[in-house]
Design a protein around this ligand. Structure first.
Ligand code: PEP
Length: 249
């Protein structure tokens, strides 16, 4: 099986009013001029998905959501269904981000149900996993992350496009990054679980690294073993920071 193209996905989190669309337009224009080896996605707040999809239509930039509800419709005030994201122009969706696991009590079972919702709507899920600093210091990083993969990745993923994003909680937004050896150790362990669970699909699905990826460290991280791309938070908000990361893949 050929190696899939890496995926570089930008997570804008709760940042971005209409003016931010210019940053996505700048990324799209740069990729037009110099096509990237990687697939590129921008995941804005839900309010911007349809406008961002329109702004980058016809370009190499894919649009993603940051979360979805498992159900397709219903009395769930404030929530968004995967079908709604897809209709607005999203092709991917980030699920199980640590900010949602920690802030909204999302368990692996909740994340797995959301992944099924995303697949039902034809979205490619990016499933986030990662240990806290206390878990790493207790020597439990591999155990925690592999358990999250097993619990958050439903059987329905077999034969479907999806990515896992390994994001150590302590590296997100902190400027701290694990050593390359620590990243590789986790990515290799995640790959083994994916192959065990999904066979050929699990061997081919990209495993992204996320957590303080910047233009200055992207090349080294992206060349590490079993790193198939990056999930980028803060550095995805400005095209001038995001583009060098894309080029490094
Ligand atoms: C994230 O929240 O997914 C993330 C990786 O953030 P940052 O790049 O800002 O650490």
């Amino acid at each position: 099986m050929s190696t899939p193209r890496p995926l570089i996905a930008g997570n804008w989190k709760m940042n971005g009013l209409a003016a931010a669309l210019d940053e996505a337009r700048a990324v799209a224009a740069a990729l037009e001029e110099r096509p990237a080896g990687a697939r590129v996605a921008v995941c804005p707040p839900a309010t911007l998905i349809d406008r961002l999809a329109e702004a980058v239509a016809g370009s190499a930039v894919l649009v993603g959501g940051q979360d979805c509800r498992a159900e397709a419709a219903g009395a769930f005030t404030g929530d968004v269904a995967a079908e709604m994201l897809a209709e607005a122009g999203a092709r991917l969706v980030i699920l199980g981000h640590s900010e949602r696991r920690a802030g909204y009590g999302e368990t692996d079972a909740v994340v797995a149900a959301k992944v099924e919702g995303a697949l039902r709507a034809g979205l490619e899920p990016i499933i986030c996993v990662g240990e806290t600093l206390a878990e790493r210091q207790a020597g439990r990083a591999l155990e925690v992350v592999t358990a999250q993969v097993r619990g958050s990745a439903p059987a329905a993923l077999a034969g479907r496009d999806f990515a896992i994003a390994y994001e150590p909680v302590w590296a997100i937004g902190s400027g701290l990054t694990p050593s390359i050896e620590q990243i590789e150790e986790v990515h290799v362990a995640v790959r083994a679980v994916l192959v065990e669970m999904f066979g050929a699909t699990g061997a081919a699905s990209p495993i992204l690294y996320g957590g303080s990826v910047k233009p200055t460290n992207a090349a080294e991280i992206l060349s590490a073993r079993e790193v198939g791309g990056a999930l980028v938070g803060g550095a995805s908000l400005k095209a001038a920071d995001f583009l060098p990361i894309i080029v490094a893949a």
